[in-house]
Design a protein. Structure first.
Ligand code: 5GP
Ligand code: ZN
Length: 114
């Protein structure tokens, strides 16, 4: 756990969240400011600051995040598809420096950006 990391505090239960999924490696909870009918954050339980910090020592957490994403998408009924977004660094728009993946869905998404 990193000091003063919002998502580490949510993982530790020090800050409440609307949890949708949890296992040994991953916590997923609803975004506090949803940008679509379904907007869930999938967060590794190890503090990894961003995509740039993924390496062979911690990449299992990334794999586990994507295993969780598939389960969550089924549970949320996103049968028609959804988008997974990772913002990395300042130019990528990352505001919380703990690696996370946004699941965005429940509506037909714009084809712009990606
Ligand atoms: P980023 O901009 O770093 O990719 O995404 C951070 C996300 O965290 C944003 O979508 C923001 O709404 C969400 N967020 C920020 N603070 C909280 C919080 O305290 N609880 C929850 N559930 N989401 C948060
Ligand atoms: Zn953290």
């Amino acid at each position: 756990m990193a000091n003063d990391c919002l998502f580490c505090k949510i993982i530790a239960g020090e800050i409440p969240s609307n949890k949708v999924y949890e296992d040994e490696y991953v916590l997923a909870f609803r975004d506090i400011a949803p940008q679509a009918p379904v907007h869930i954050l999938v967060v590794p339980k190890e503090h990894i600051c961003c995509a740039n910090a993924v390496d062979e020592s911690n990449s299992v957490y990334v794999a586990k995040c994507f295993e969780a994403i598939a389960k969550i998408a089924k549970a949320e009924g996103l049968d028609n598809g959804y988008r997974v977004i990772n913002n990395c660094g300042a130019d990528g728009g990352q505001t919380v420096m703990h690696l996370h993946f946004h699941i965005i869905g429940g509506v037909k998404l714009s084809e712009k950006v990606v």
